[in-house]
Write a protein that binds this ligand. Structure first.
Ligand SMILES: [Zn+2]
Length: 462
């Protein structure tokens, strides 16, 4: 079966007469009354009126809806979904210290339930592609990465999981307890095995693996440099957390004699094959260095506000020409997986000191789509153009929340309260229809999430 062909799903679909089609292409084309033809998982035509050979297509009425490229989430920790609303008034290090022992109890049932909840939430917010950064691998618990890969295939999202890692436990001066860090050689061997098993480098790929030691305070310099070597040898991307808090900067200065971004630069961990979560505390020189190395940044405004970490210089990074995407980062520090809400948060927080220099609604949507695709190294998604994969989000703009927003229905998606996506196509396959998941049962996913989360909570209390 060709990519994008799913049993029981039509080969050709015409999404027609949309309120607007926002292409997010180089030219910034926006088509009022536009239509999109999907053929074998790709975009075959975008325009106004009827496409060639319009007979023999399934038709989806786009009236009252804005079509965007599917949103791309550039940073996440799906397993954390089941530990939301914990350590509510802690900064990053206190929050981590309280949660590490809870996360040490992770098992496959937890991972599976959390991934299904998190991926379903993302899909319903218009997200078609997501990464995940899983870095908790307690000894004797196999199958965690496999569980989330299965969940993504079930929900139907394009998936870029990172094989994360920690090898710097408390006894060696790191932050995490020794019980949840691994040996450096084990990490490297298991990471290589995961890439060889799962990574699909082909255009249109639904599954790619990245390499991602967790942070300077939980990964050794050796793990960082050898992870970069491994990723480059196998042609996969690199990810990590950096410059998230002032505490981290103090840690890096004390342990390494360098600020966080300088440390990464020193370790060979910047470049067009790397994207970094947070980048809150960057100097002007750091910003220039990120941009000149074409290193991507996953901007996570809600998590940074929740943990009191600070405000990332998103607009300055964009102005410098760095690839910038958005991450919901969580969901124990967000505590939601709503990527459209994240676009709104990014726009609002960029204006916190002055309206000048902040970003607008369209730019926020561009970061949430094209920007995220660039972070993940994808040139086949992120815009609605002929030949790209058919990852499309249709948002209703004719409901209560948008009454009065007639002046600009596209900007309204960011300015008004975020609403569920109406229809979502991933690789031409329908994942959401009329605001409901069609690939899985939302109530069953929610029920399983609540049940497993109660088990986690009771174990901690008992
Ligand atoms: Zn994170």
């Amino acid at each position: 079966m060709a990519p994008g062909r799913v049993a029981g799903q039509p080969r050709r679909v015409l999404v027609h007469d949309c309120e607007a089609v926002v292409a997010m292409d180089e030219a910034g084309i926006e088509l009022s009354g536009g239509s999109i033809l999907i053929e074998d998982g790709r975009i075959a035509w975008v325009g106004v009126g009827e496409p060639p050979a319009a007979e023999a297509v399934d038709r989806v009425d786009g009236r009252g809806a804005v079509a965007l490229p599917g949103l791309v989430n550039a940073h996440h920790h799906l397993y954390q979904v089941l530990t939301r609303v914990r350590a509510m008034d802690q900064g990053l290090f206190g929050w981590l210290t309280e949660l590490y022992p809870v996360w040490a109890g992770i098992d496959v049932e937890w991972e599976r339930a959390a991934a299904r909840v998190g991926l379903a939430e993302l899909a319903l917010s218009g997200c078609t592609t997501t990464t995940d950064h899983h870095y908790v691998f307690p000894p004797g618990v196999p199958g965690l990465l496999e569980a989330e890969v299965e969940a993504a295939a079930e929900i139907g999202l394009r998936f870029h999981p990172c094989r994360g890692s920690m090898d710097l436990g408390r006894s060696k001066g790191g932050l995490p307890p020794d019980s949840i860090v691994q040996g450096t050689d084990d990490v490297l061997a298991e990471t290589e095995a995961a890439i060889r098993r799962f990574h699909d480098p082909e255009p249109g790929s639904m599954l790619r693996i990245a390499v991602a030691p967790c942070s300077p305070f939980s990964a050794t310099e050796r793990l960082m440099t050898e992870s970069a070597e491994l990723a480059r040898r196998l042609g996969v991307r690199l990810h990590t957390h950096i410059a998230e808090t002032k505490d981290e900067e103090a840690f890096c200065l004390e342990r390494f004699g360098r600020r966080p971004l300088e440390l990464l630069d020193h370790l060979g961990y910047l470049g067009p094959d790397v994207w970094l979560a947070h980048c809150v505390h960057l100097s002007e020189r750091d910003i220039a260095r990120v941009a000149e190395t074409s290193t991507g940044v996953a901007w996570c405004p809600t998590s940074n506000l929740r943990l009191g970490s600070g405000i990332a210089p998103g607009p300055a990074l964009l102005a410098a020409g760095a690839p910038v995407g958005l991450g919901v980062d969580g969901s124990a520090s967000n505590d939601a997986g709503d990527l459209l809400a994240e676009a709104r948060q990014a726009m609002l927080v960029s204006r916190v000191e002055a309206i000048e220099g902040g970003i607008g609604a369209l730019e926020a949507l561009r970061v949430a789509t094209r920007g995220g695709a660039a972070c993940l190294g994808r040139d086949d998604i992120g815009s609605l153009e002929v030949g790209k994969r058919a990852d499309i989000a249709l948002f209703d703009v004719d409901g209560l929340a948008f009454a009065g927003a007639e002046a600009d229905p596209v900007a309204a998606l960011v300015f008004c309260a975020p609403e569920r996506v109406r229809d979502l196509f991933v690789d031409g396959r329908r994942v959401v229809e009329a605001g409901r998941l069609v690939t899985a049962y939302e109530e069953a996913i929610a029920g399983e999430g609540h049940r497993v989360a109660r088990r986690i909570l009771e174990r901690a209390e008992g």
